[in-house]
Design a protein around this ligand. Sequence first.
Ligand code: SIN
Ligand code: CO
Length: 408
Amino acid sequence: MTAFYLSKPYDPPQAPQNLLLDRPWALLGGASPQQFMKSHWHKKPLLVRGAIPAFELSKQVGEPLDSAISAEELFKIASDDAVESRLIKAKPWGFADGPFKKKSIPSLESPDWTLLLQGMEARHPAAAKILSWFRFIPDARLDDLMISIAGPGGGVGPHFDSYDVFLIQMSGRRRWRISEQKDLTLNPHLPLKILQDFKVEQEWVLEPGDMLYLPPHIAHDGVALDPGCQTWSVGFRAQSYKEILQEGLWRLAESLEGILELEKRFADPKQKATNQAEQLPEEMIKQLEQKLKSLKLDRVETFLPGIAAYLSEPKPQTYFDGSKNNLSPEEFQRQIAKHVLEPHPQTRLLALGEKIYCNGEDVTTGQSSPIQIAWCSLAANRQFKGGLGRFQADNSLFEAFEAGWLVF
Ligand code: SIN
Ligand code: CO
């Protein structure tokens, strides 16, 4: 235990902007990102011993590393009502939603509890840096970084997730058991999503610096072995096709608002006399088909802006505080020439060709070219350096800064 408290916090590096996709990475067990995506992503689990080599190296020189975020700091974060948190107890299973006062969280040594904190990339730069390691996977697929801290025996029980996840061991040890079983029936009598019949196929004890990648629907159960065990989960998302299409469709429907041509009323001077009056007229169907074609509503490209806007929406509970960003447009212009502008860690940016979507909005259409260039850099590199040249106050970059979506 003494060594545990004397450990130095790990300081994760920011990934370089151009990730080398064909070189072996320790993080991926010596596979290149290309190889990993081909052989494991969304297909099969991967256990990586020493995924973060710094942990093993530091242990060898007698200076063991601990998590970048201490238990104390995590408990403070758990008391913030802007953070999505859950406290789960085993034996018997039970759970509560946060926020949690420090005294309602069990001590690190007490058994069978775990605290889960979502969206940690917005709470600590170390968590944001770890997310940067995974940018060989499209941003559109990323969800967030969750941290679990637990007492011995703590865990969320045997379950499966619908998403891909990288489980990085950051402090203490955790025993993982997994199974590729087909039967994913949940126990109907428990308050948590726990498998009725978990048939362990593989088992490992992960040490700090080790990582386990799991594709969706792999049954798994992680149990903390040490007080203050921390696992950092980089989680991905995959909406149903229904959700993606519905979200795209209603945005597309809204975009029809501005088309004057569509305000015209239906006219059918060519309608013939009919003795099937109950049928929807052929003439109407023909005209609608032509309209859909002329507006390219039968083409996927027409749906993509709505879908990109939807996928760039921040997580529902995200709260941006623009109150600290109260610069005048002139001051903003001066600052941007001197400092690096970055998206807030919970700002989502996606690109569709040269169009950029930020937190659900198209931020480049109709903007001047320096503003468009700044947005392209923010989306691609998650930062922008350099001046803006001629500058109009009512531009999307300044507005996003005022809203707290972008920060210096
Ligand atoms: C954990 O970190 O304790 C649970 C993560 C998971 O199994 O999804
Ligand atoms: Co899980």
